[in-house]
Every structure is written in C-alpha cells, then in structure tokens.
Design a protein around this ligand. Structure first.
Ligand SMILES: Nc1nc2c(ncn2[C@@H]2O[C@H](COP(=O)(O)OP(=O)(O)OP(=O)(O)O)[C@@H](O)[C@H]2O)c(=O)[nH]1
Ligand SMILES: [Mg+2]
Length: 273
C-alpha cells in the first residue's frame, strides 16, 4: 500500500525515571533533553523533528507523571496538565514503562487518558537490556495483559532499550504501520457479511433476557475508523454488548492496536426491515 502520511506527531509519556528523555535523545541521535537518575528530572516539554526513512516525525519529551495523590506542588500540577493537554495534539502516544518496575496502576491510568481520546497507544517496556530472562519477561507481560487487561486489543506492546538503542526502530515501524491501518476503509459488502456471520453464530450475551442483534452497519469516517451500528433495541445499547461487538469485529477483520469508534443506533431506520 503506498500512501503519504503527514508529519507524525508522537508524545512520550510515563512515570518518572522510565527513560523518556533517553528515548527522546536516542530517536534524535543527539543529547538534547537532560537524562539522569534524579526522579522528575525533566521539567518542561522538549519538542523536535526527525526523519525515519521517508517519514517525518515530531517527537515530544514530557515530565514524568506521578500518581495524583503524590503531587502536592502547584508547579507539578501545572506540568501534568500540560502533558495531558499534549495528548490531544499528537497522533500516537508512547507510554514508557520501566521493565524493572513492571506495570502499575498509574500506567493503566495514563493509558485510559490516551484511549479516551482515541489516540494510537504503545505500551513500551524500556530497559530490556537489564532484564535477565528477556524471553520469559516478554511472554509473561504479553500473557498478563491478554488475560487481565480488557483493552489489550486497543494497544500495542514492544520491548526496547532506549539507552542501548535496542528495538527502537521497530517501534517507529509499528507506529507507521498502525497509522496507515487507521485509515482503513471496509467495503459495505464485507461489513454486511460480518453481520450475517455474527447473526449465524448467534451466541450474543442476553441482557435482561433480551437478545440484542446488530442489523446493519455503515462506515462513516476513516480518519479514525468509525461505524454506525443499527441494533434491534429501542434503548441505549448496553456496554456488555458494545464490548462483545468490538471484540468480534476486531477478530473478524484482524484489526488490533488502533482505536475504532462505534455509534450504536436503534433500528427505527429506513435501511432496516
Ligand atoms: N539500563 C538502562 N537504563 C536506562 C535506559 N533508559 C534510560 N535509562 C536510565 O534510566 C534513568 C532515567 O532516565 P531518563 O531518561 O532521565 O528518565 P525520564 O523518564 O526522562 O525521567 P523524568 O524526566 O524524571 O521523568 C537514567 O539513569 C538512564 O540512564 C535503558 O534502556 N536501559
Ligand atoms: Mg526526563
């Protein structure tokens, strides 16, 4: 698929000391944002352009985000708001996680901020160079997220060393791939086939003894793939069904690691019998 992309805006966020500034410098190939063991070293946003292959990127390094209950100083609150505002303006977010600290509640909180804004999200486990059994670590993380994180199909997972420049380019490649995937257009015929397939399986979750069924689906946007789904109910489509539908949709069309927006509508609609 040949396709031109505009400049790709990336933000690196994460807890203090996870290696954000190190990654920023590695991507740029110069020492611009100070790095160190001091917790909360970066105090402002650093922004710079770089090229990878034929693609132009803009990357932003940010101050580490601690749990809100730990933030007492006004200055730190202001910095945090800046980071949260930045998320609105980027295409993709690298959520950097210190592999030795493992994944924490704060990481999931930050992930939610990104997911709620329909941005591409990458869980990047850094400092893999100092993990002893890398193979086991990776497989454990993948297993853990698959089994315990209900949003795992919306995110991407990679393991890197920012300091040793291990697998950093893989992350860029994946960002490009997923950015392209975001502009997917699915033919009407294929969408209808999917609905038929679902209705044939017909093992929908019953909600208050009512079986909710999708009748018809149309794609309404492809900046972020967006669909209107008409269902046989007059009330708001329950979250349980929405989740079921999203899973089935992603599995059928083999789409993961990108946001998809659905608008569920009742079937008082001219298209539907
Ligand atoms: N072993 C190892 N150490 C790393 C790696 N990346 C960063 N570090 C170290 O982790 C420490 C913190 O790195 P920084 O890049 O300053 O972390 P940060 O996330 O920018 O921290 P704040 O600005 O405080 O939020 C430094 O001592 C780095 O040398 C890595 O891939 N491997
Ligand atoms: Mg920093």
């Amino acid at each position: 698929m040949s396709m031109r992309l505009d400049k790709l805006n990336l933000g690196i966020i994460g807890k203090p000391n996870s290696g954000k500034s190190t990654l920023f410098n590695t991507l740029l190939g110069e020492y611009l944002s100070p790095v160190g063991d001091e917790y909360g070293l970066t105090k402002s946003l650093y922004k710079k352009e770089f090229k990878h292959k034929k693609y132009d990127f803009i990357i932003v390094d940010t101050p580490g985000l601690r749990r809100r209950s730990k933030v007492k100083e006004k200055k730190e609150m202001v910095r945090n708001l800046e980071v949260i505002r930045l998320i609105n303006s980027v295409d993709a977010v690298i959520l950097l996680i210190d592999s030795l600290e493992n994944i924490t509640k704060q990481d999931f909180r930050l992930a939610d901020l990104v997911i709620n804004k329909y941005k591409l999200l990458f869980f990047i486990f850094n400092k893999i160079d100092i993990v002893e059994d890398k193979k086991k670590f990776k497989s454990n993380i993948n297993k853990f997220l698959k089994n315990n994180y209900s949003k795992h199909k919306l995110i991407n997972i990679e393991f890197i060393s920012a300091k040793k420049n291990i697998s950093v380019n893989n992350v860029l490649e994946k960002i490009i791939t997923k950015k392209k995937l975001e502009s997917i257009r699915i033919q009407k015929q294929k969408l209808n086939k999917f609905i038929n397939y679902l209705n044939k399986k017909a093992n929908y979750p019953k909600i208050n003894k009512v079986e909710i069924k999708p009748k018809y689906i149309v794609q309404t946007d492809n900046k972020i793939p967006k669909f209107k789904v008409f269902v046989n109910t007059q009330k708001k489509t329950p979250n349980l069904f929405q989740k079921y539908f999203d899973n089935a949709f992603r599995e059928y069309f083999k789409i993961d690691g990108i946001p998809i927006i659905y608008e569920f509508k009742n079937s008082k609609n001219p298209y539907v019998n």
